[in-house]
Design a protein around this ligand. Structure first.
Ligand code: NAG
Ligand code: NAG
Ligand code: NAG
Ligand code: NAG
Ligand code: NAG
Length: 307
């Protein structure tokens, strides 16, 4: 009897755990250099098990994400450390002088992957934003979710060589390493959508935001770019890939009929090829990993109870 009770308790605690950890972010580094992802949880949401780590070229790291989490993920580049407590990065630095960002966000310019899980209507809201500028290409692909316009988003192009000279951030070698937003570069209410420009009617896209939007049609190019840049999905896991294009799969033409019909790369930017990426929206497995987890735990518990 005691054994039976123990297994029932076990079953309940696993269901609780399963409810609390609703999603997995799989963070991939497809760049041919190391990146140092940073994760910032929004105020009032649970922190994740990590807030910053190194990810070598070709490496992948799964991160468990609690239900209703909201926050952002980015990558720091060109980091170095000259000793303990002296870690810094040329782009996306979070100012902690350490691997962990511990509640600090990215210094712009940085490409941001933003999430609000289980938001309005139980949907996850996610986007890739260039509102704080750009430092490297990022792709976000939902897996195993449904509902909403549950499809891939991101900015696939390397904008560092293309960045307008007045937005360009260069390393000491002269190589472009990031591209500022017009708001950050010039700080005017017009570009920042603040003051009298603080609403969607008065804050219009600029020639600078057009540069970002043409290259990355699904990414936020300025503050009120919501309609073409916000995506929704329910009960999904997310794959976040830095520098996605080098091994991207060719798109399946049949998969372009989603609510989000914008190309991931604007076809008119022919000089970079028309590479698109597998949305994953049609190929997603029917079981989410958490459903699979609870199914296998249930099976184990039933087997133990019978024994
Ligand atoms: C999603 O949010 C609703 C209310 O905001 C809450 O009742 C529900 O438990 C949440 N779902 C999960 C899986 O946490
Ligand atoms: C940190 O590194 C910088 C540059 O490498 C160096 O100038 C500085 O003295 C170091 N500070 C500490 C506290 O080690
Ligand atoms: C692609 O670029 C062209 C020309 O710059 C522009 O007219 C068009 O709106 C862009 N498409 C998207 C989806 O941004
Ligand atoms: C995706 O759906 C949301 C509502 O669920 C909508 O606000 C947004 O504009 C849609 N995004 C695109 C790119 O169509
Ligand atoms: C999207 O699909 C439609 C019909 O399946 C096709 O006619 C169209 O050319 C496709 N567009 C792109 C950009 O692949």
């Amino acid at each position: 009897m005691a054994l039976v009770n123990f297994h029932i308790v076990l079953l309940f605690s696993f269901s609780f755990l399963n409810g609390a950890l609703s999603a997995t972010f799989t963070i991939n580094n497809n760049c041919d250099y190391t990146v140092w992802p940073g994760i910032l949880s929004s105020a009032g949401t649970d922190p994740l098990s990590t807030t910053g780590f190194a990810l070598a070229s070709g490496e992948s790291k799964p991160v468990a994400v609690p239900a209703s989490w909201s926050g952002r993920v980015w990558a720091r580049t060109l980091c170095s450390s000259s000793g303990p407590g002296n870690f810094s990065c040329s782009t996306g630095d979070c100012g902690t002088s350490a691997l962990e960002c511990s509640g600090s966000g990215a210094a712009p310019p940085a490409t941001l992957a933003e999430f609000t899980l289980n938001g309005s209507g139980g949907l996850d809201f996610y986007d890739v934003s260039l509102v704080d500028g750009y430092n490297l290409p990022v792709l976000v692909v939902p897996r195993g979710g449904s509902g909403g316009n549950c499809t891939a988003t991101g900015c696939l192009m390397d904008l560092n060589p293309l960045c307008p000279s007045d937005l360009r951030v260069a390393a000491s070698s002269g190589r472009g390493v990031a591209c500022r937003s017009a708001c950050e570069a010039f700080g005017t209410p017009e570009y920042c959508c603040s003051g009298e420009f603080g609403n969607p009617d008065t804050c219009q896209p600029s020639s600078y935001s057009h540069f970002f939007k043409n290259a990355c049609p699904r990414a936020y190019s300025y503050a009120y770019d919501d309609s073409t840049s916000t995506f929704t999905c329910a009960a999904a896991d997310y794959v976040i890939t830095f520098c996605p294009t080098t091994t991207s799969q060719k798109s399946d033409q049949a998969r372009n009929n989603t609510a989000a019909a914008l190309p991931l790369v604007n076809d008119t930017m022919v000089f970079l090829g028309g590479d698109e990426v597998d949305d994953g929206s049609a190929a997603a497995p029917s079981l989410t990993s958490s459903a699979a987890l609870s199914a296998s735990l249930l099976l184990i518990c039933l087997l133990l109870l019978r024994a």
